[in-house]
Design a protein around this ligand. Structure first.
Ligand code: ATP
Ligand code: MG
Length: 171
């Protein structure tokens, strides 16, 4: 089972992010991420067997991540996978701290943190033709978060399907 831990946007924020995706696609080409798939990955766990996934689900349900707010105000891109994303123009210490603590928790469960630096981002478009985001309009969104979702990712020919398995934090 392919698992990751992520923030899922509330309905209003999902709609707002969903309006950015077609703008990004219009300028950069590629395939837009459907509204229901918009998320912010905090920790990618990769393949986990079913028994371990079950233990992990029970465990994360008892965790209480600190709530916070993240400002998204810029488009960005990753060259390798041809991704255009929405994110913050400045490093966010709160979100960086959350990411760090999540990996500290996960290390207790035997997961190794990534070697690469973390760039928080919401993927809007994949396989973009152009990564030039300079002509895209300005925007500012505020993501108030208080829970982290453990998500199962099932890769299909039509793209990934995400299934929430467990929540950390108050409902
Ligand atoms: P697809 O792989 O079909 O393009 P996807 O990337 O959305 O779809 P997954 O590969 O299952 O689906 O990834 C789930 C989430 O974890 C995504 O936010 C993805 O960017 C992130 N992710 C995937 N692989 C890694 C990795 N090696 N390191 C960090 N984050 C990753
Ligand atoms: Mg992927």
């Amino acid at each position: 089972m392919r698992l990751f831990r992520a923030l899922e946007p509330a309905a209003e924020l999902r709609d707002a992010l969903g309006r950015l995706a077609p703008q990004a696609r219009r300028h950069c080409g590629g395939r837009r991420v459907p509204d229901e798939n918009l998320h912010l990955t905090l920790a990618f766990l990769g393949e986990v067997d079913e028994a371990r996934a079950e233990r992990l689900s029970r465990w994360v349900s008892r965790l209480r991540p600190s709530p916070g707010s993240w400002t998204l105000d810029t488009f960005g891109s990753f060259r390798g996978p041809g991704i255009v994303w929405a994110g913050g123009s400045h490093p966010d210490p709160l979100l960086g701290g959350l990411h760090h603590r999540l990996w500290d928790e996960l290390a207790l469960q035997g997961f190794a943190p990534p070697a690469k630096a973390y760039t928080p981002h919401v993927t809007l478009v994949r396989r973009a033709d152009s990564l030039d985001t300079s002509a895209l309009p300005d925007f500012e969104l505020h993501w108030h978060y208080h829970q982290v979702t453990l998500i199962l990712s099932v890769l299909t020919d039509e793209g990934p399907r995400y299934y929430p398995l467990a929540l950390s934090g108050q409902a």
